[in-house]
Design a binder for this molecule. Structure first.
Ligand code: SAM
Ligand code: SF4
Length: 342
């Protein structure tokens, strides 16, 4: 298959949805598989997709590159765990051509960090400058429990390797009422002391899991008030077009983000869409809308067919999500975060 290289952004109008928002950011899930089983993300016994359903690396490159041609400036590779996908460095290598041409501002990834020790240096060589690492606790036993068997030491080694390779590391932590809430100030202090930003995330009702999400959910509004009882938090007017709101913590000298999909709506400036590893385009994390781009590719569709399918999907991007965490309520969407790509 010939890699997709055009048309260039100058030749085409940007991707603008029905509410006037321009899509400049694509998240690409390269696998639904993972070497961990975080309690808020996956069920303990997940059934994973047959290989034939998952896009090949060439198909992933073709779709992602079509988006770059339509004005997307930032690509985030995610999953599942992106670094367990065989050959994923080949995809980074292929996509890095868009950094070289200037069509893309940033190629990055979200990872659980277990394989960063191996991949940090090659990622840096391919033009990756920042990584998001998900880390909810610094306690080895709790880490093992929350990830159902993970080894914290591997992640900490991975973070060290990423920093040694010159990558900026941001930590993502899901705030969980009974599990890590009390430890979060310590986690933030630890991260800031190492030059890492932290973003706290409220658990979102995505996919069935064993636990009741009302037991896990912690409002970040309440957590922020608690942090303000001993730290000085100053809002900073930084918007990445995403859900996070940022503050500076005077006492640690670091930056802290809050992703509050449940307590605040953040959709009016949303600039992103998500591609699953099966080629389904979701234009909203919290809605069931879906466009099957794999079908276009596998029916032998031309680049023009692909562009039209992308434009049609973006045109119908929903206004926003409607997350609620209520006891015994069904998830807002049936798919897990590991399917959509966080
Ligand atoms: N495996 C990689 C990782 O953990 O960073 C990338 C994929 S993971 C699905 C991306 C992010 O989604 C992680 O930061 C994870 O904590 C978050 N996540 C997963 N399920 C979630 C949920 N139900 N609510 C909020 N965040 C969730
Ligand atoms: Fe795997 Fe990431 Fe989901 Fe944890 S959050 S189970 S590491 S995909």
């Amino acid at each position: 298959m010939t890699p997709y290289d055009g048309p260039s952004a100058q030749d085409r109008p940007p991707l603008i949805d029905g509410f006037g928002r321009t899509v400049t950011y694509l998240r690409v899930s390269v696998t639904d598989r993972c070497d961990l089983r975080c309690v808020y993300c996956m069920a303990e016994h997940m059934s994973f997709l047959p290989k034939a359903e998952v896009l090949t690396l060439e198909e992933l490159d073709r779709i992602a590159s079509a988006f770059v041609g339509l004005g997307v400036r930032k690509l985030r590779i995610t999953g599942g765990e992106p670094l367990v996908r065989k050959g994923v460095m080949g995809l980074f290598g292929a996509l890095s051509r868009h950094l070289a041409t200037g069509a893309l501002d940033e190629l990055t990834l979200t990872t659980n960090g277990t394989r960063l020790a191996e991949f940090a240096a090659p990622l840096a060589e391919l033009g990756v400058r920042r990584v998001n690492v998900s880390l909810d606790t610094l306690k080895p036993e709790l880490f093992r429990t929350l990830t159902r068997g993970g080894d914290l030491a591997k992640v900490l080694t991975g973070i060290g390797a990423a920093q040694a390779a010159g990558l900026k590391v941001k930590l993502n932590a899901v705030a969980l009422k009974d599990d890590n809430a009390a430890e979060l100030p310590e986690l933030i202090r630890w991260a800031h002391a190492r030059g890492c930003e932290v973003t706290l995330i409220e658990t979102m009702p995505l996919g069935e899991i064993e636990a009741d999400r009302t037991d896990q959910y912690l409002s970040l509004g309440a957590l922020r008030r608690e942090l303000e009882s001993f730290w000085t938090l100053t809002d900073i007017p930084l918007s990445t077009g995403g859900p996070a709101r940022y503050v500076e913590v005077a006492e640690t000298g670091g930056r802290l983000g809050f992703i509050t999909p449940l307590s605040h709506n953040f959709c009016e400036a949303c600039n992103r869409v998500r591609l699953t590893c099966t080629g389904t385009l979701h234009t909203c994390l919290g809605q069931e809308d879906a466009a099957d781009l794999r079908a276009v590719l596998r029916a032998g569709g031309s680049d023009q067919d692909l562009i039209e399918a992308i434009r049609l999907a973006v045109d119908g991007k929903p206004k926003g999500h409607d997350f609620r965490i209520e006891r015994a309520a069904r998830p807002a969407v049936a798919r897990h975060m590991s399917t959509t790509g966080g």
